[in-house]
Design a protein around this ligand. Structure first.
Ligand SMILES: [Fe+2]
Length: 224
């Protein structure tokens, strides 16, 4: 789906185990020169690949945290010239892949258009992406926005996570924040941005009062 001139999303749903379903999303961010960056590849359909290959010149494939990496290998098979990015920790864990760059702001050469923002203090080493012209923040697990999802265990687990039928930061994600002081630095940085849209890996895109929604979600988990 085209979110705006620079942001494209591709959605799927995975059955994590019986009766527990989780929507997953890959986001492709375009630069003004036409090149694109694929964040968090999913198990794309043939139709997705046709669209990606005909409309989006993907030059970079990014695993945005230590957990979202399962489909990097297949994305690279489809996009042989794309460069692979991973955190140091993930590159170690997935040493079967040849990573081109460590996912760090100092290595990120596209900051003029897309800022790379680390979630400091977190054990999953998530990186966020802020597309300046699009005023769009792309996150992975920072915030979920799940509504009316199927599956009894989906309900049970999302209730436990505190993410059922609302935009929310999961209790699980909060538990991955090992250094709250460092996380505060990230929080202040993010809340200083002009954000119109938030695209996350799990849930509906937030395009109304996006910064207010994120602020409320942080407040609900006592992170502000
Ligand atoms: Fe995730």
């Amino acid at each position: 789906m085209k979110i705006n001139d620079w942001v494209y999303t591709f959605d799927a749903e995975i059955e994590m185990f019986k009766n527990f379903y989780l929507p997953v999303r890959s986001t492709v961010l375009r630069l003004n020169n036409g090149d694109s960056i694929m964040v968090s590849p999913i198990d794309f359909t043939e139709a997705d690949w046709a669209q990606i290959k005909s409309n989006l010149q993907v030059k970079h494939i990014v695993a945005p945290c230590d957990l979202h990496h399962l489909f990097v290998k297949s994305a690279k098979k489809h996009l042989k010239d794309a460069k692979l990015w991973a955190t140091k920790e993930l590159a170690h864990k997935r040493s079967d892949l040849t990573w081109d760059f460590e996912l760090l702001p100092k290595n990120w050469t596209m900051s003029d258009e897309i800022e790379l923002i680390p979630i400091l203090g977190g054990s999953t080493h998530e990186m966020m992406f802020y597309h300046k012209q699009a005023k769009t923040l792309v996150v992975t697990d920072l915030i979920f926005n799940l509504h009316n999802r199927k599956g009894f265990l989906t309900w049970v687990i999302q209730q436990a996570f505190g993410t059922w039928n609302k935009p929310a930061i999961s209790r699980w994600f909060k538990s991955t924040l090992k250094n709250k002081k460092e996380f505060k630095i990230t929080e202040e940085k993010v809340l200083s941005l002009d954000i119109e849209t938030i695209v996350m890996a799990h849930g509906d895109v937030i395009s109304e009062n996006a910064k207010g929604v994120l602020t409320n979600a942080l407040r609900e988990r006592n992170l502000i």
